[in-house]
Write a protein that binds this ligand. Structure first.
Ligand code: GUN
Length: 281
C-alpha cells in the first residue's frame, strides 16, 4: 500500500489561522505583533524565504519589517542593527536570515539577539533550554515536524527515530524534540558508517541532508513515517532529500513541496505570537 502523504499545507493552514486569531486579539488590546527580519545580501533562496515570511505575516495581521543590508556590510553594522532591534520595544521577534555572507561571524550575531525575541530559537540560551527540557523558543522547522507527527497521530513514544543531519537549525533540535517526546533517537551524518543499516531500523526517519533523492527505498523500513526536510533546487524543479519511490515502502511521507516547508512559516508566526505574550505580561 502506498504511503499516506502528510499534507503540510493543510496542517500549516490551521496553524496560520490560529496565529491570525491570536494576532487579532493583541491588536484589539492595542498591541500590533511585530516581526523584524534582517536580510544580508542577495542570496536568491533567502530572498524567496523572506518574501514568503513577509506574505505570511501580512495575512495573519502581524507587522513585519525587513531590514536589508548590503552583501558587503560589516560585522559592526550588522551587530548594531541587531542591538537596535533588541532595544526597540515595538519589535517582538527578531530573525536574522541565514546563511550570512562568509565574511560575517554568524554565531556572534545570533548570540547578540535578545533570547526573548529569538523567534528562530537559534540563541544558545534557547538551544540550552530545549536540551534541558525547559520552555523557550524552538527552531521552526523541527517544531513544525513535531506538529505534523501530532496532526497525523503518529506516535513517537518508545519509537526509534533516526535523524539524518546534525545542523543547529534542524538536525540537533529535531533530535532533542524527539527525545523530549520519549523516542529513542539516533543522529546520523556524513561520517556515519553503514547508514542504511541504521535508517532501516527507524520507525520515524527524518531526512535533513540537503541532497536530492538521498534516501532511497532500500533505506526505509516498511511502514515507517518518513519526514523529508530537504528543499533542493534541481533541473526538474524542487526536490526533497527522499527519492519518490520511498512512497511505495513508507507508511507516511511528507511531499516536497507541500510538506514540512509550509510548517516552518506557520511555526514562525506561532513563535512570534509567543514572543508577544512574553512581552505582554
Ligand atoms: N535559513 C534557512 N532556514 C532558516 C530558518 O529557519 N531561519 C533563518 N533565520 N534562516 C534560515
Amino acid at each position: 500500500m502506498p504511503a499516506i502523504l502528510i499534507d503540510g499545507r493543510a496542517v500549516a493552514k490551521d496553524w496560520k489561522e490560529k496565529a491570525a486569531v491570536r494576532a487579532q486579539e493583541w491588536v484589539l488590546k492595542g498591541i500590533t505583533p511585530h516581526l523584524a527580519v534582517v536580510l544580508v545580501g542577495e542570496d536568491a533562496a533567502s530572498q524567496v524565504y523572506v518574501r514568503n515570511k513577509e506574505n505570511a505575516c501580512r495575512k495573519a495581521a502581524i507587522r513585519s519589517t525587513v531590514i536589508r543590508l548590503a552583501a558587503d556590510c560589516t560585522q559592526q553594522a550588522l551587530e548594531q542593527t541587531v542591538r537596535e532591534l533588541n532595544a526597540d520595544a515595538s519589535v517582538h521577534g527578531i530573525l536574522v536570515q541565514l546563511p550570512l555572507p562568509k565574511h560575517l561571524d554568524e554565531s556572534r550575531v545570533l548570540a547578540l539577539i535578545d533570547p526573548d525575541k529569538d523567534v528562530d530559537g537559534f540563541h544558545a540560551m534557547n538551544s540550552g533550554r530545549l536540551m534541558n527540557g525547559q520552555r523557550g523558543f524552538v527552531p521552526c522547522t523541527p517544531l513544525g515536524v513535531m506538529k505534523l507527527l501530532e496532526a497525523y497521530n503518529i506516535s513517537v513514544q518508545g519509537k526509534h527515530a533516526v535523524v539524518i543531519g546534525r545542523s543547529n537549525i534542524v538536525g540537533k533540535p529535531m533530535a532533542m524534540l524527539l527525545l523530549g517526546a520519549n523516542a529513542t533517537v539516533t543522529i546520523c551524518h556524513s561520517r556515519t558508517q553503514d547508514l542504511p543499516a541504521i535508517t532501516c531500523q527507524a520507525d520515524i526517519l527524518v531526512a535533513a541532508v540537503g541532497k536530492a533523492g538521498f534516501v532511497t527505498a532500500d533505506m526505509v523500513k516498511p511502514g515507517a513515517a518518513v519526514i523529508d526536510v530537504g528543499i533542493n533546487r534541481t533541473e526538474n524543479g524542487l526536490a526533497g532529500d527522499v527519492a519518490p519511490e520511498v512512497a511505495d515502502v513508507a507508511g507516511w511521507l511528507t511531499p516536497v513541496p507541500g510538506g514540512v516547508g509550509q510548517m516552518t512559516i506557520a511555526m514562525l508566526l506561532s513563535n512570534t505570537l509567543d514572543a508577544v505574550q512574553m512581552h505582554g505580561i
